[in-house]
Design a protein around this ligand. Structure first.
Ligand SMILES: NC(=O)c1ccc[n+]([C@@H]2O[C@H](COP(=O)([O-])OP(=O)(O)OC[C@H]3O[C@@H](n4cnc5c(N)ncnc54)[C@H](O)[C@@H]3O)[C@@H](O)[C@H]2O)c1
Length: 374
């Protein structure tokens, strides 16, 4: 199969969807790997590093037109919509429940779109979201601590405190992968950490692995309101897979928060879990509402591409190999986890939460495949 690797053109996105190590694996399996010129530069991989693996470096037009399977990191942006086409399988982060123009562009193009973030195992884990969640979670307290500094407009508080001065309070809403990793780093910085979770099972697990070093509280509207009043840094880390994030933090709650406190809404790629959140970029990562600094960068791992690119290829490669070896239809028929990743096929939305988010018709994947629209 012709497997393409497109260069990311989203602002401040330096990751690439395949490392030279991954390219070599595909070449050794007999596939032709087409890498867009300069695609790896931001992650410190020169074109020659790919060429040495047997991959071919090509132009942007060639990578989109010659590939049968195209690998990307982030969703196509408007400038790329005209390149989407029937016969192409796109494998990337899509977050289409939060992006109606993109969903419509995917539907109208006839492309097969498989979203990294909705590939889901039978045990309900999200293997392709996990490493980026680990990274975003670990970055969140770092970003929050920086913006709490006075010159950045923050309260002017050191999260860890010092001997004789109390540490800052970090409230993490959602104790999944982002939440756990954020808590670990916040603890490492010396902060006092509370995690609000909805799942009792998950809380039991967190209690075991964090051995009493964090406060674990059942998440409810009232509890969020009360915890926020005390917080110096709030980290939004909830997820309802494939759906828009629930708006758990209201403007009224923000009014009750300390001035100059910081909200890092990691869930922004699913629309954000605060009423007042809107996506920002690494160029202008923050804005202030009701005296609370909002950090809402939708591609946080893009800030550390050397780590992120490797972590991403580690988990995507087995799926890429399956699609390349069997073709997208047979690959999704063989693997229910990959099948759950299919968001759009032949003009139909095959992921229910995405269809619901935009009021579009939902077609179960099997029906879409049987209809021969793929
Ligand atoms: N901004 C970025 O760069 C970036 C990077 C990676 C992940 N993310 C996003 O971060 C979010 C979290 O991802 P994750 O991998 O940790 O997901 P996860 O599924 O591991 O964890 C989500 C947790 O939220 C909990 N939850 C759901 N509803 C809740 C509620 N009302 N109150 C409290 N907890 C609730 C769930 O029980 C679960 O434990 C997702 O939206 C993901 O897309 C963003």
């Amino acid at each position: 199969m012709h497997v393409g690797v497109a260069k990311e053109i989203k602002q401040q996105e330096y990751r690439v969807a395949l490392t030279p190590a991954g390219a070599r694996e595909l070449v050794q399996r007999g596939h032709e790997v087409l890498v867009e010129q300069g695609a790896g530069i931001g992650s410190a991989f020169a074109d020659e590093a790919y060429e040495r693996t047997g991959a071919t470096v090509v132009s942007v037009d060639d990578v989109w037109s010659r590939s049968e399977l195209l690998l990307k990191v982030k969703e196509p942006i408007a400038a790329e919509y005209s390149l989407l086409r029937e016969g192409l399988t796109l494998f990337t982060y899509l977050h289409s429940a939060a992006d109606e123009p993109l969903t419509r562009a995917l539907v109208e193009s006839g492309i097969t779109a498989i979203a990294y973030e909705t590939v889901e195992t039978d045990r309900r884990t999200l293997p392709l979201l996990a490493p980026m969640s680990e990274i975003a979670g670990r970055l969140a307290p770092q970003a929050g601590a920086y913006h709490l500094e006075k010159p950045q407009g923050g309260r002017g508080l050191l999260l860890g405190g010092v001997a004789g001065v109390a540490p800052g309070r970090v409230v993490v809403v959602g104790g999944g992968i982002v939440g756990y990793n954020a808590a670990v780093i916040a603890l490492g910085l010396g902060a006092q950490v509370t995690i609000l979770e909805r799942s009792v099972d998950r809380m039991r697990h967190l209690e075991e692995i964090l051995s009493g070093r964090v406060s674990l509280l059942m998440s409810s509207s009232l509890q969020i309101e009360e915890s926020l009043k005390e917080a110096d840094l709030v980290i939004g880390a909830v997820l309802i897979p494939g759906a828009l994030a629930p708006k758990l933090v209201t403007r009224d709650m923000l009014r009750e928060m300390k001035k100059g406190s910081v909200l890092v809404d990691v869930a922004i790629d699913q629309g954000g879990c605060a009423e007042t959140s809107r996506p920002t970029t690494h160029d202008e990562p923050v804005y202030t509402v009701e005296g609370v600094i909002h950090y809402c960068v939708a591609n946080m791992p893009g800030a550390v591409p050397i780590t992120s690119t490797r972590a991403l290829t580690n988990v995507t490669l087995p799926y890429v190999e399956a699609i390349a070896d069997y073709g997208s239809i047979e690959a999704v028929q063989r693997d229910p986890a990959l099948a759950r990743g299919v968001n759009v096929v032949g003009g139909r939305v095959t992921y229910e939460a995405v269809a619901e988010a935009h009021g579009l018709d939902y077609t179960p994947l099997d029906d879409a495949l049987v209809a021969g629209v793929a």
